[in-house]
Write a protein that binds this ligand. Structure first.
Ligand SMILES: [Zn+2]
Length: 261
């Protein structure tokens, strides 16, 4: 049953890619606008705060609820993304790498990616009317690999820094690289987060663990057609064969269902 079903989309940069390695992460402003226009016209754009409220109060979400999330906190989110989000009145959450704001994406450039500027606090504050901010650790670390005390610090201090600068509670977290284990989830809970996003794909519903929310990755070069497929099937693989696989599995389940009648 599709009760309370919702999808969370994940973006990174809203820019023209500067290298082949960035194609997956950098969505051009023109394409981002097409995606947002489609979502405004065909879905119900809701915020992670809305998700938490609906979850606590156990009230169903609107049909086709979609949450926009943007990871890492790149400066282009303000320069290119924010005007588009404003134009279509789409709420979103940007997950900030809180210890590196105003600096560059060294966790990527050290692996051969182009250097990119991260948001400044001034830019973040400009977006506060429409955009919510979540935490994404201080230094974009691999949480399961750094030891419990360091992981605790990365999680709780990223929350504290953003709260101090914005004067608002930070309720949402995203695991860098989508890496987590039970200890990491426990630390996120202890820090006081109400939701946490993974990179595992799929639909969420009222029984999904709020600290293990699934997300659909939108690649930088995903055409509008691909985004529509991803929204329809709740998967990262939006290949031309997906509809066939989907309908084939429905036929199989219908046959299986008939056998039980
Ligand atoms: Zn990240």
């Amino acid at each position: 049953m599709a009760e309370n079903r919702f999808l969370i989309l994940m973006y990174h940069m809203i820019s023209t890619p500067r290298s082949d390695s960035e194609i997956k992460y950098a969505c051009t402003p023109g394409l981002f606008e097409k995606h947002m226009r489609f979502i405004r016209q065909n879905c119900n754009a809701v915020s992670l705060d809305d998700i938490v409220t609906h979850h606590i109060q156990r009230i169903p979400l609107p049909e086709n609820s979609v949450v926009i999330t943007i990871d890492d906190g790149f400066e282009d989110n303000f320069i290119n993304g924010y005007p588009i989000l404003q134009k279509y009145s789409i709420p979103s959450t940007i997950f900030l790498t809180a210890g590196m704001l105003g600096e560059k994406n060294s966790w990527m450039s050290s692996r051969g990616f182009p250097e990119r500027k991260l948001l400044s606090w001034y830019q973040i504050k400009q977006m506060q009317d429409l955009v919510g901010f979540g935490a994404h650790t201080l230094n974009h670390v691999c949480l399961p690999e750094i030891g419990r005390d360091t992981a605790r610090k990365e999680i709780s201090e990223s929350k504290a820094i953003i709260e101090e600068n914005l004067g608002a509670e930070v309720k949402h977290f995203a695991y860098p690289y989508g890496l987590l284990n039970e200890q990491v989830v426990k630390l996120v809970k202890e820090a006081g987060f109400k939701s946490a996003c993974t990179t595992r794909s799929g639909f969420n519903n009222s029984s999904t663990d709020m600290l293990k929310l699934r997300r659909i990755e939108i690649f930088g070069n995903d055409s509008l057609w691909k985004v529509k497929q991803k929204l329809k099937f709740g998967t990262n693989e939006a290949s031309v064969f997906q509809p066939l696989k989907y309908y084939a599995s429905r036929v199989v389940s219908r046959i299986a269902g008939n056998q039980h009648q």
